[in-house]
Design a protein around this ligand. Structure first.
Ligand SMILES: Cc1cc2nc3c(=O)[nH]c(=O)nc-3n(C[C@H](O)[C@H](O)[C@H](O)COP(=O)(O)OP(=O)(O)OC[C@H]3O[C@@H](n4cnc5c(N)ncnc54)[C@H](O)[C@@H]3O)c2cc1C
Length: 157
């Protein structure tokens, strides 16, 4: 059944459509990124949904929340509630780690209030570096797993 359509099982009445339950489920799983102290945000540099677990592993190792630029949410790779920017959430974490995000103004307005911004981008001219406190020119696919591994090692030693 498609979201927004009406149940035709015969047991549901028009007064009690399945859609109500679906919305309830969504609200229950909603995340409030405005309160997150640490955010790991991914952009189009992540390239494919299969790569998102690498960023999620890094977020977990840091104890942070995963978020994204609009194209990632538009593609349905992450839910809309995780979108940062003018048409998403406005956040102010202690640390905002931007992975493969160019730094378009519509994104920046949603995260420029972060206390510390760390950006990793393979393009040294990416606008995100203009607002980053720390910038790394490099490939996120090399840096994400190395950083996650180093954090995990540090935890166990
Ligand atoms: C009305 C309107 C509202 C909008 N609202 C929002 C909003 O709320 N939030 C939002 O984010 N956008 C919003 N946008 C879209 C915004 O203009 C940009 O298009 C979007 O932010 C770009 O997302 P991005 O940085 O992920 O992608 P891109 O601009 O494509 O940047 C991808 C970056 O990844 C880097 N990269 C690629 N591969 C690698 C790699 N292997 N390692 C490291 N770096 C790599 C590239 O160098 C590039 O800088 C809005 C646009 C409009 C018109």
């Amino acid at each position: 059944m498609k979201p927004g359509s009406w149940c035709s099982c015969g047991r549901c009445s028009k007064e009690k459509p399945w859609r109500t339950l679906d919305l309830f489920k969504e609200a229950k799983s909603a995340v409030d990124l405005t309160q997150a102290p640490l955010i790991v945000a991914i952009g189009r540099g992540i390239k494919a949904p299969e790569n998102i677990p690498q960023a999620e592993a890094l977020a977990k190792a840091l104890g942070g929340e995963i978020a994204a630029s609009r194209p990632i949410c538009d593609e349905g790779w992450l839910p809309m509630e995780r979108q940062i920017g003018s048409s998403g959430q406005t956040v102010a974490p202690k640390l905002y780690l931007a992975l493969g995000i160019s730094g378009a103004i519509q994104h920046v307005v949603g995260m420029k209030g972060a206390r510390t911004i760390v950006a990793i981008n393979k393009d040294s001219n990416a606008p995100i570096f203009e607002i980053a406190d720390y910038g790394v020119v490099g490939d996120i696919f090399e840096i994400m797993p190395a950083l996650t591994e180093a954090l995990e090692k540090a935890k166990t030693s």
